[in-house]
Ligand binder design. Structure first.
Ligand code: BTN
Length: 258
């Protein structure tokens, strides 16, 4: 059981997670916030012990063993015009990475656009969904799935998964990890408003593939080139046939993993 008390003691934020919904089971925490008329407070967090239809990026699913991991979503519905929305994912993956390093000294490797790896194995993923009216983003729901205390992954995945428990060979406190992520995320959101370049620089510093030859999969389409940077909007800058190209979506894989 997730202990609200243990979580609350370590939560050190002004807004993020102050309104907290704990659910035993839901289809998807992202959908729960997106469909709700009651969850309106900025920074609300919905955590579910089990998702029956957890969603991943690019129409994939997110599988997570009940009660072992962290699957939650954060609502942002104010001042979205003051930040670059396309950088929210970078602030979120950086916050998860920072928390995993600070609490457990894991060797975090951020993978464009928003996967969190330990070495080459995936430990967390992020799915941000937005609601707009008249071309203005009114709501952003940041969904985060982290493999925490799951001991094994019997299914096959595109990227080999891992969990904190597998890496450390011991269980850890989900409450402590969640509070650390939310504390860090609130700080990174403030930075995103006043100094987004700093968020991007911290993100680049944890992205081990920058400088390598990669392939980017966009459905059936595969683009090969050298991953040289991410630009100010989070697009991947690829050097291809001596020209720089900006890639806005897809999955990055190293050539060695083909
Ligand atoms: C990915 O790596 O493809 C993104 C995975 C995002 C999963 C989280 S779990 C909580 C939230 N609710 C969802 O349905 N998905 C996100």
């Amino acid at each position: 059981m997730f202990s609200l008390e243990k979580f609350d003691i370590k939560l050190d934020t002004e807004y993020i997670g102050r309104n907290f919904y704990y659910l035993e089971e839901v289809d998807s925490t992202n959908d729960f916030i997106l469909k709700s008329h009651e969850i309106t407070e900025y920074g609300s967090v919905v955590l579910a012990e089990n998702q029956k239809a957890g969603k991943g990026r690019l129409g994939r699913t997110w599988a997570s063993v009940e009660g072992k991991n962290l699957t939650f979503s954060i609502l942002l519905n104010e001042d979205l015009d003051k930040i670059n929305i396309s950088l929210i994912n970078f602030a979120a993956s950086l916050s998860v990475g920072n928390a995993l390093e600070n609490l457990y000294q894991l060797d975090v490797n951020l993978k464009w656009p928003n996967d969190v790896l330990v070495g080459k194995k995936k430990i967390a993923g992020i799915l941000t969904e937005t609601v707009s009216r008249s071309n203005k983003v009114e709501k952003a729901v940041i969904g985060i799935g982290i493999n925490v205390n799951q001991p094994v992954f019997p299914e096959k995945f595109e990227i080999v998964p891992t969990s904190v428990r597998i890496e450390l060979k011991r269980e850890v406190s989900r409450e402590r990890l969640l509070s650390e992520i939310l504390n860090t995320f609130e700080e990174n959101l403030t930075l995103l408003r006043y100094n987004p370049a700093e968020v991007l620089e911290s993100w680049r510093n944890k992205c081990k593939l920058i400088g390598s030859k990669v392939k980017v999969k966009q459905g059936e389409n595969i683009i090969v080139g050298k991953f040289i940077d991410i630009d100010e909007n989070g697009a991947l800058v690829l050097l291809r046939n001596e020209k720089e190209e900006k890639i806005h979506y897809g999955d990055v894989v190293t050539l060695r993993e083909q």
